[in-house]
Write a protein that binds this ligand. Sequence first.
Ligand code: ATP
Ligand code: MG
Length: 609
Amino acid sequence: MQKVGFFRSIHVKFVLIYVMLILLAMQIIGIYFASKLEQTLKTNFTTSIEDRMNLVEFSVREEMMKERSTDDPTPEQSLRTVLLGFASTSEDINEIRVINSRSRILASSVLDNQTMVGQRSMDDLVKKSITSELAQENIRLDQKTRKRIWVLAKPIMVGGEVIGTLYLESNIEKVFTQIDEINEILAVGTAVSLSITIIIGIFIAQTMTRPISDMRRQAQAMAKGNFSRKVHVYGNDELGQLAIAFNHLTNQLQESQSTTESERRKLASVLENMTDGVIATDRKGRVSLINDAALVMLKMTRDIVLNRPISSILGLEQEYAFEDLIQIKDSIALDFSTEQQSYILRANFSITQRETGFVNGLIVVLHDNTEQEKIDMERREFVSNVSHELRTPLTTMRSYLEALADGAWKNEEIAPSFLHVTQTETERMIRLVNDLLKLSRMDSRNYDLNSEWVEFNDFFNSIIDRFEFSKTHEGDFKRLLPSADLFVEIDTDKMTQVIDNIISNALKYSPDGGDIRFGVTMSDHFIKVMVSDDGMGIPQANVKRIFDRFYRADRARSRAMGGTGLGLAIAREMVIAHGGDIWAESEEGKGTTIFFTLPFELQEDGEWD
Ligand code: ATP
Ligand code: MG
């Protein structure tokens, strides 16, 4: 967060406003006070002088109106005596003059100014007072002393006539000095009170800003996920209330954050432990979340997938835009099969929406459907195979039976052979149906192994012997069997079927003869049985498929040989039921070897001694 500049802080603003207000108040008070004081002082000064002037005016008028005899002193002399007497008692009066109505100066109280007596007064104020018959006054600067003086010209009236004027200069400077002194005191007082209030203001501002900055720090801590901090509540005022509300907010936030967090964790663990893949997108269709199962299914890494369009991740960018995916109601199959391996995913789409209907994103659930699709395909194939296998003998039988019905039964030469064909075809069908029954029983695990302990070499030899006795085959049977006893726990009937089928295949698919080799080897936990021929072999690509139901490398030929293609499929089920495994190695035109294993525990030497 940006730091608040010093001059922008509330603290400083508060103190500044506070100081300004006080300053303003002091100024207003000061100006008002000073002007009133000045006025009062001036009025006091002038009235005291005017009062005295009235006395002088009286004496002057008396002197001017007096009838004089020759031995009386001249009016100038007696007026001077009056003025001198007056001036000596009032020290704030600089000079007082008597001027007659023709502006001639009759007397002055200042001894040094006696030369001006008899001259005309040039003063404007004097002239104005005579002509206007009113007292005139003003404040002016004294030319000699450079001090302010108050000048008053007061007409002397007798019976409504102006007989002269009294001119007075008084020293008003000390009034101004007094005002200045008082102003000074006021200024100092203002300064002192201002400094005290600034200090108090800083403290008051602090009490307000401290909780605020405390809350700011708290908000910063909360943004970083720290909810343990609490704001200190300083009082019960608005700020205190705010602090309490703030602390309450912190608690609420912490609670809701921890609920969201635990919900998030729950969701994450659900997503991670799901076997289905889940992908979520934002509203533009870019992947925002994907679980591990989905990554494994798509064989991608998280950093590649995140923020990429969902349609390209699912390989659907050719067929579907994001807007189309939103519309999909059913699931769709995603075929990622290669030539070697089939791999089919099923994707279900659902949209996340706000209450307003605005689409927030898409959720895709992926399910590995390869097995299901494979089973479906196998089932279809199986049904078609079975019907095909049943139809062939039935059509053969029908044509022979039709021929017999059309009169062939009378022909003693043909009839028996026709009947023989229908008989073998029927047997073939019975064998087929029996094989199918066996397989279906094994599929439903609806069988028990009648296991017993047998010595495998003896067991194997007896089966080989049986084939050797009835042999029409050109070639030798070669036995590579160990001399030691190998005791295994097997269901002899079922194991006989397995070995019968393998040996009969070896004979059947070696039409030109050749040796048949039989071998048994043992390891710690298994014995491995081998039957090898020099027959026609199997094309390399199909070697694994010979254990599939109805698979025949060369359909026409093996059917002619009476095969149904179920023998090895049954053998595989039986070997697996015994806990072993079966496989083939073959080279076309050279021969085939079938291997199978059976569980076996090697006995310690001499245990029976
Ligand atoms: P069934 O055994 O039911 O009478 P089948 O022999 O045709 O019929 P399987 O035993 O399952 O069926 O064998 C499947 C196919 O594998 C055969 O049709 C044949 O093409 C091939 N096959 C099996 N064994 C050999 C072998 N030893 N040499 C060559 N091909 C073989
Ligand atoms: Mg067979």
